[in-house]
Design a protein around this ligand. Structure first.
Ligand code: THU
Length: 144
């Protein structure tokens, strides 16, 4: 059965809106992310920084965590919005976390800076030759 077309406007709007909640007092670099699941729901996240800088969490992983906490497992698309002069792609750690729950999904990068061109890319372009769980030796049970 064909799935409905991806509503990119809705996904970008959701990422823009959640970016307003970004907690980024150290970098002043607010990020919003919205994932579309296989069942058509949207989950959002913003970055959450910490005085202990290494503990900062990216918007993408917050959105994916919310998706998992709500019982979903499949990412169909993701939009990331910043205020940068050019749209910025997910960091390496977030690419790997995306690959846990997505095959080759479209990734849409946008900025709130006026006049900025959005950029469409994909997970396989951002993370070719991903390490995936099916490369691990088979193990029985557990993990539920
Ligand atoms: N950040 C994200 O939220 N997503 C990315 O993919 C790149 C970086 C956040 C982390 C930190 O709060 C700020 O942007 C500057 O690195």
């Amino acid at each position: 059965m064909n799935r409905p077309a991806i509503d990119w406007d809705a996904l970008v709007d959701a990422a823009k809106e959640v970016r307003g909640n970004a907690y980024a007092p150290y970098s002043s670099f607010g990020v919003g992310a919205a994932v579309l699941t296989g069942s058509g729901r949207i989950f959002t996240g913003c970055n959450v920084e910490n005085a202990s800088f290494g503990l900062c969490i990216c918007a993408e992983r917050v959105a994916i965590g919310s998706m998992i906490a709500n019982g979903e497992r499949e990412i169909r698309a993701i939009a990331v919005v910043t205020g940068a002069p050019t749209p910025t792609p997910p960091c390496g750690m977030c690419r790997q976390v995306l690959a846990e729950f997505a095959q080759d999904v479209p990734v849409y990068l946008a900025s709130t800076t006026p006049g900025t061109m959005a950029r469409a890319t994909s997970l396989s372009k951002l993370l070719p030759d991903a390490f995936r769980g099916d490369m691990l030796p088979a193990r029985d049970g557990g993990g539920s």
